[in-house]
Design a protein around this ligand. Structure first.
Ligand code: HEC
Ligand code: HEC
Length: 301
């Protein structure tokens, strides 16, 4: 259930415990442990982006990462930008920073049961988090985004889980999470920015606070739809600027926002129970009764 968060935490712990290169032995096979990562990694500043065609491509990628709505209609189907979940232009530790991701691919992902390249990982966020159609591997937007990921990881080790990768594993709550308690937390701490209807806010046609549920939000297939993943994001990052929720409150509010309707899982087979069984065997409320409706049921059912 907490598989992904746990594997990241484990990776970090293993990396932290690993002994220096002594373990590096050509004959060591599976027991090989990479050298210890060099402490906290700091990505290069934007001012160091080079001039010329490579620099132009990195800047283009940064622009698309922050203003992904520019790809709205082509590749993006909702109101989100990449930076909404990967804070501080993809730099913030504990907010799935790009510098910690780049050197960890290709990697096997249980989600699709094969080895994914970095490009396919990015395409995954387009399909689910952006509720869109992923840009092809060699399209300009993809090359630009990939270049930006590469740039932020400049100087980072390859194949080593750096501290700060992903969202940090969050402790289990004392009491089972509660949608009802989460509603109280939401109204007190979150509605002021994200709106009492969870729909986010726009100013002069541009999103200023991203939607948390509804048609403009991430879809049911997205990582953020997992209650544990959302709780792990919320605890160190929200409310924005003063993340001070208790562990229990983070779980409760994560359950509440994920008890609300959102775009269908693109893997929907046409049948809710089957889709739930096949793709939602994790901590989520898909296919359960919420607010008087079956969550994820197509309209009219
Ligand atoms: C709704 C929130 C959300 C949005 C929007 C979003 N992502 Fe993600 N992204 C996630 C989550 C959740 C994960 C999984 C983090 C984890 O494994 O702990 C993730 C993981 C990733 C990873 C892999 C991180 C790692 O360390 O393995 C990359 C790369 C990535 N996203 C890129 C993007 C790009 C590029 C965009 C925009 C096209 C984007 N994301 C938009 C939520 C989002
Ligand atoms: C001060 C305004 C503010 C408050 C209060 C706030 N947020 Fe956010 N939140 C933001 C902004 C802005 C972003 C996007 C950050 C970015 O793009 O850099 C965001 C992003 C998010 C995201 C990821 C993007 C998405 O739309 O899914 C989630 C989830 C989230 N907030 C949940 C919460 C929860 C839960 C609370 C209450 C505990 C909360 N926020 C309180 C401003 C706020």
């Amino acid at each position: 259930m907490i598989r992904k968060a746990r594997s990241i935490a484990l990776g970090t712990a293993v990396a932290a415990l690993a002994l220096p290169a002594a373990a590096a032995d050509d004959g060591a096979g599976k027991s090989y442990t990479p050298p210890r990562p060099p402490g906290d990694f700091t990505p290069p500043p934007d001012s160091a982006i080079p001039d010329g065609p490579m620099g132009d491509m990195i800047r283009r990628g940064r622009e698309l990462f922050m203003h992904t709505q520019k790809l709205s209609g082509d590749y993006v189907g909702n109101g989100m930008n990449c930076v909404n979940c990967h804070l501080d232009r993809g730099r913030k530790a504990s907010s799935a920073p790009l510098w910690a991701a780049f050197g960890m691919f290709p990697a096997y992902r249980g989600k699709n049961d094969h080895v994914n390249t970095m490009i396919e990982r990015i395409q995954g966020c387009f399909r689910y988090s952006m509720d869109g159609t992923p840009p092809p591997a060699d399209s300009k937007p993809m090359v630009a985004l990939l270049s930006y990921h590469f740039w932020l990881a400049k100087g980072a080790p390859v194949g080593v889980a750096l501290p700060g990768r992903g969202f940090p594993a969050i402790d289990k709550p004392d009491k089972p999470y509660s949608v009802a308690r989460g509603k109280t937390v939401y109204e007190r701490e979150c509605a002021i920015c994200h709106g009492s209807d969870g729909g986010g806010r726009k100013a002069e046609g541009t999103w200023v606070f991203p939607p948390l549920w509804g048609s403009e939000s991430y879809n049911f297939g997205a990582g953020m739809h997992r209650i544990n993943t959302a709780a792990a994001f919320i605890k160190p990052n929200m409310p924005l600027g003063r993340p001070d929720l208790t562990t229990q409150e983070a779980w409760d509010v994560a359950a509440y926002i994920n008890s609300k309707p959102r775009p269908q899982d693109p893997r929907f087979t046409g049948e809710l129970a089957q889709t739930k069984k096949r793709f939602h065997d994790h901590m989520c409320l898909y296919g359960t009764e919420q607010h008087g409706r079956t969550l994820g049921a197509p309209d009219g059912e």
